[in-house]
Each structure stands twice: as C-alpha cells, then as structure tokens.
Write a protein that binds this ligand. Structure first.
Ligand code: ATP
Length: 306
C-alpha cells in the first residue's frame, strides 16, 4: 500500500501543477482578450490635460449583452476635487474606475477628461495621466526600491525616499535590516495588505499623475493602519482630481461629493452631512458601519484585557 501511495501522491502533485499552469495560461489569455477589447483610433491624439476635469455623461455599460451593469451614470469630478463612489457590493463601483481607465468602452454615453472623449485619445496618454492605487497591489519580485521606482524610472534616490516618507512607509522600510534593498514579493519578504498599499501610494506619489483613482481595500484594517493609510492617501490626492471607490465610509467624510450607487444607478448624492440628513441608503450604511466598528473595537479591547 505504502509502495503505491508515493507514486500516487506524486501523480497528484503533477496533476495539480499542470492544472495550475493551465489556469495561469487561461488567465493570461483572458487578460490578452481584455487587452484587445479597446483599440486606439487611427487619428487618436495624446490627451491634453489642463485641470483634469472628469465627466461621466449618461454612461451605460454591460460586460455581457444580457446583463446591464451601469444604467445611465452621470457625474463630474471638478479639477483638483475628490468624488467618492459608495454602494453595496456588486453595485458597479470598480466598473466605473475600469471605464475611466478605458479597459472597456462604454455601451452608450461618454466619459471625458477636460472635454476629450477617452475613446478619442491614445491609451498610453490616458493611462499616463491617471494614477491608480488598487485594492490589491501586486508587487514585483524585486527590491522595495525597484517597486517604488516603478512609478517613475528616472526618479532619484532622494525622490524615492521622499515619496516613501509621504506614503508613511519610510520608517518601516528603514527598520528592515536591508532597508530599501529588501527583496519583496513571492520569494522575498511578505508585506501586509496595508504595507503593500503604502508602497503603491509611494509609487503613485512618484508618478504624480493629474488624476487619481483610489480603489480602497475591502478588508478591514486596524484603526492605526487605517489612519496611516488615510493620511498617506490625503497627501497623494491633495490638489489632484480624485475618484475614490470607497468601502469604508469613515475615509470619505471630507469628499466634495459622495455618489451612492445601487444596482448600477445613482440613488443618492451629496456631501456626507447632506446624505446623513436625508436618512436614506447612505445614512443606513453609515449607521451599520459605525455599529460594526464599535463591536470590533469592543472585541479588540476585550481581547487585550483577557
Ligand atoms: P465590490 O464592492 O464587491 O468590489 P463593485 O460595486 O465594485 O463591488 P463591480 O466590480 O463594478 O462591483 O461589479 C459590478 C457587477 O459586474 C458585478 O455583478 C460583477 O459580477 C460584474 N462583473 C465585474 N467584472 C466582470 C467581468 N469581467 N465580466 C462579467 N461581469 C463582471
């Protein structure tokens, strides 16, 4: 029996490896398929950013023909201002950021930056103008230095350290035995979600794009890390046109406008105070999140006492 077990175990391993490889290849083809989803027009010009005003005009969108995801979304992010999109899971929040980046084209309506339709400009110039701090940052299997410099290849050591400092990650990096030369990623030091996000913020600070998309992490961070990330995000978004895809309402209290999305439609909009006064969906989400936060804090404190 034992004689049989080893080869079978080995075969199981081979099967899993091959299956993983196929999954990776499938993922690669899906990515490639997505890449060719949009193409530059033959006469596409480079995007000319003046103030960086972002406008969604009656945008409708479906990934698949039979399922409508966005059902006529209109909003504007004035130059240098911050607009937050909130709403239940699956409402279409991240889809909005994918459309602004032009990973897909709208089914109808249009998205403009300083009056230029994103379909009329080159994808390269569009993506150069937009900085994205994603939910889950994928780090390269290289040093922290490399991972931050990826934001702008010609950045100097001083600029990289200044960006890390603004992103509140400089102290952590310096505490590591190899500092900025620490290898991270798959084979290197595993960073926490909050640390990875701050590396992404440092990268974006270096890139210094006029327009920013912040896709907040869904996972709850402890309140200390959340505060650090929050102040890092504030320093990167100051003076830039910013679209925040928010999961934690506490982080967007100061947004110039909050858009509440439900099932692909704008159901409420206003400032934090205005939305609380309305006592609608947003006010309900706010009350639930406060309760959950209080319960979490109580649990953490009970844990400390025990
Ligand atoms: P969450 O808060 O959970 O991140 P969200 O509001 O950001 O959700 P989206 O990621 O924009 O939601 O997704 C909106 C809807 O579109 C979901 O129902 C989702 O299943 C669907 N969807 C997202 N990406 C694709 C895709 N590539 N192909 C088909 N459907 C998709």
């Amino acid at each position: 029996m034992i004689q049989l077990y080893q080869p079978l175990n080995f075969l199981g391993w081979v099967y899993r490896e091959i299956k993983q490889a196929i999954t990776d290849i499938e993922a690669m083809f899906r990515l490639l398929a997505e890449e060719v989803e949009v193409e530059d027009k033959p006469d596409a010009l480079a995007l000319a950013v003046a103030g960086g005003v972002v406008r969604f005009e009656d945008v409708r969108f479906s990934y698949e023909p039979e399922r409508r995801i966005l059902k006529g979304i209109s909003f504007e992010v004035p130059a240098g201002k911050t607009v937050a999109i909130v709403g239940p899971s699956g409402a279409g929040k991240s889809t909005i950021s994918r459309l602004l980046f032009r990973f897909y084209d709208v089914s109808s309506g249009r998205i403009t930056i300083d009056g230029q339709d994103v379909r009329d400009v080159t994808q390269k110039s569009l993506r150069d103008a937009i900085g994205m701090v994603p939910q889950d940052t994928v780090l390269f299997n290289d040093t922290i230095f490399y991972n931050i410099r990826y934001g702008r290849w010609d950045a100097s050591q001083e600029e990289i350290e200044a960006a890390a400092s603004m992103a509140q990650i400089d102290g952590f990096i310096r505490s590591l035995p190899k500092g900025y030369d620490t290898e991270v990623g798959e084979r290197g030091l595993k960073l926490s979600g909050g640390e990875k996000q701050r590396v992404a913020i440092a990268r974006t600070i270096l890139k210094a794009p006029p327009i920013l998309i912040l896709d907040e992490a869904t996972s709850a961070l402890d309140s200390y890390t959340e505060q650090e990330i929050q102040s890092a995000l504030e320093s990167v978004s100051r003076g830039r046109t910013t679209l925040v895809i928010a999961h934690r309402l506490s982080t967007i209290i100061g947004a110039d406008e909050i858009i509440v999305l439900a099932a692909g439609e704008v159901v409420e909009r206003g400032t934090h105070g205005e939305l609380l006064d309305r006592n609608g969906l947003y006010a309900g989400m706010w009350a639930r999140q406060r309760e959950a936060d209080q319960a979490r804090e109580l649990l953490a404190r009970t844990g400390e006492d025990a």
